[in-house]
Design a binder for this molecule. Structure first.
Ligand code: SIN
Length: 533
């Protein structure tokens, strides 16, 4: 087996992974592993922008308050404070890396700031309606130029290598087993520091705004390594994904509602006043999503509509070029027609529990971005706080790694007996894989979705556990096949979501249980799951 050594291994190449790589590049050799192409991630799809307090009339306190209101009482106040106050410095990093946020046409010295649901002030920086792609492209360019960063595409990390005799109190990570999906080979990567930046798990649901890569890999790796996983019940559904038989995962940014878009039901009537009479379309996402879900259930309609036709057509084309062009491709002219929309799984507010340095329960294993649960989002993330969290926490992780690097390097970690994984050919069995993929995604959508009941969750758990047993019994060896490995990750993560949802017997933020419709004021901030060895 090929063994490759570096100073830092980063799994994932979205904003979290690449910004961490760019910070670490002067401290040693950085290896970035990504299972598809470098830009196949959620960052590249982010439309809205990045929330940050940059103007005098737009206080830190207000951003903090908006974050905590959206988070429905579960945000960690110290983390909220840290992320919001460090935001402006991190925006400077992005500018230095070449991200050109849109300027205010009236006053080009200032940035053009936009509004999204749950924000009491305009504070979202953006690049048109393709902010994530602009950020990703700038960071890839900087990473490619750096002689100390190696970007390895089509490399799937499938198991963390822990120190021999690891117990949950003293565990350290030594590296990671990886499948080179092009050469169909297993490789071993070793380094004193490993960071998981693999994003979320929207693919656990039938309908999602997420890219195909969002299969919860990093969360599954960390869980199997014994790390605590927290708040997996808090799946955020984005209220408005394009409803069209040929459109896959296409988001209609919340910024459209920020600029005045109105939601209409199947009869063409506005309805948000019934659900949030003050904030209307700009209520936090969980409220708007449940309102749409209710309208769909009551009317039996397949979608609702987002109407932006009151805005001047030129403005719409200039402000939302990507959404305009994409909808037009599907025969919808958003300047003259309401857009058919439905909610879809969008963001995982929970994940691998980390401290304020992005450190997991294993001291030399870090987790940054959507795969982590830092305490920022509580029960429901405020729009455009995710890119901010990723860039702030990659800096926090960098600071801790810089400080402790000598120590990590001194640890002479005893490697366990390295296994030469058995590789099986599964050509005839492919149908089982795709069948189980589909079933899991349907169970999650139907039973663990926007509105849940304990009975639905118990039923979902039974069914997913059965599928997991079947996977373990039949495909426990390592397969050089992306679908099999992703199915293993996804089924585990689906099980974690259901188990967390069953632990939280209250309705809060994105977790709405019909049989426990109220908040429990003796709440726990975190529902925790940890593997018993
Ligand atoms: C959007 O543009 O609506 C998505 C932004 C986000 O998820 O924060």
């Amino acid at each position: 087996m090929e063994i490759i050594k570096g100073d830092f291994i980063i799994i994932g190449s979205g904003l979290a992974g690449l910004s961490l790589a760019l910070k670490l590049k002067n401290l040693g050799e950085v290896i970035v592993l990504t299972k598809k192409r470098v830009f196949d991630n959620a960052t590249s799809l982010a439309q809205g922008g990045i929330a940050c307090v940059l103007e005098e009339d737009n206080h830190f306190d207000l951003h903090r308050r908006d974050t905590e209101i959206a988070g429905d009482g579960l945000c960690d106040p110290e983390i909220v404070d840290l992320v919001i106050k460090k935001g402006p410095e991190r925006i400077k990093d992005l500018l230095e890396w070449g991200v050109n946020f849109d300027r205010d046409p009236e006053n080009p010295k200032r940035f053009h700031l936009t509004l999204e649901g749950g924000h009491s002030r305009k504070r979202v920086l953006h690049v048109g309606d393709y902010t994530g792609r602009a950020i990703e492209n700038a960071l890839i360019q900087r990473a490619v130029e750096s002689p100390t960063i190696s970007l390895l595409e089509n490399h799937l990390a499938f198991e963390l290598i822990l120190e021999k005799g690891c117990s949950s109190d003293t565990c350290r990570v030594a590296g990671v087993y990886v499948i080179d999906l092009i050469k169909s080979q297993i490789k071993l990567f070793l380094a004193p520091v490993v960071a998981i930046c693999t994003g979320g798990a929207g693919k656990a649901y039938l309908y999602t705004s997420n890219p195909d890569t969002a299969t919860g890999d990093g969360i599954a790796l960390a869980y199997e390594a014994g790390c605590r996983i927290a708040n997996m019940e808090f799946i955020q559904f984005h209220p408005t994904c394009l409803y069209h038989p040929k459109a896959k995962n296409f988001l209609i940014s919340e910024a459209l509602r920020g600029e005045g878009g109105v939601l209409l039901n199947a009869e063409g009537k506005p309805f948000m006043h019934k659900y949030d009479p003050v904030r209307l379309e700009l209520a936090p996402r969980d409220i708007v999503t449940r309102a749409i879900d209710m309208e769909l259930k009551q009317s039996g309609a397949e979608c609702v509509y987002l109407d932006i036709t009151s805005l001047p057509s030129d403005y719409v084309k200039r402000r939302f070029p990507h959404i305009y062009e994409t909808c037009l491709k599907y025969g919808i002219d958003i300047t003259s027609q309401p857009i058919p929309v439905v909610p879809a799984a969008h963001y995982l507010c929970g994940g691998i529990l980390t401290n304020c340095w992005g450190q997991t329960d294993i001291p030399n294993l870090f987790a940054v971005g959507e795969c982590a649960c830092t305490g920022l989002h509580g029960a429901n993330r405020l729009a455009s706080n995710s890119l901010l969290e990723a860039v702030v926490f990659s800096h926090q992780a960098y600071l801790r790694i810089k400080e402790d690097l000598a120590l990590y390097k001194e640890w002479s970690i005893r490697l366990p007996t390295l296994k030469e994984p058995i590789i099986m050919d599964i050509k005839e069995e492919k149908v089982f894989i795709s069948h189980n993929w589909d079933i899991i995604r349907k169970i999650m959508w139907d039973l663990v979705g926007i509105v849940r009941t304990t009975k639905m969750l118990e039923f979902a758990l039974k069914r997913i556990s059965l599928i997991r047993r079947e996977i373990e019994e039949n495909w426990n060896s390592v397969y050089l096949d992306l679908d099999v490995m992703e199915l293993k990750f996804l089924s585990l993560v689906a099980e974690l979501i259901v188990k967390s949802a069953l632990q939280r017997r209250e309705s809060r933020g994105t977790h709405y249980l019909l049989d426990y419709p109220k908040k429990d004021y003796n709440y726990q901030r975190y529902t925790i799951l940890q593997k018993n060895f």
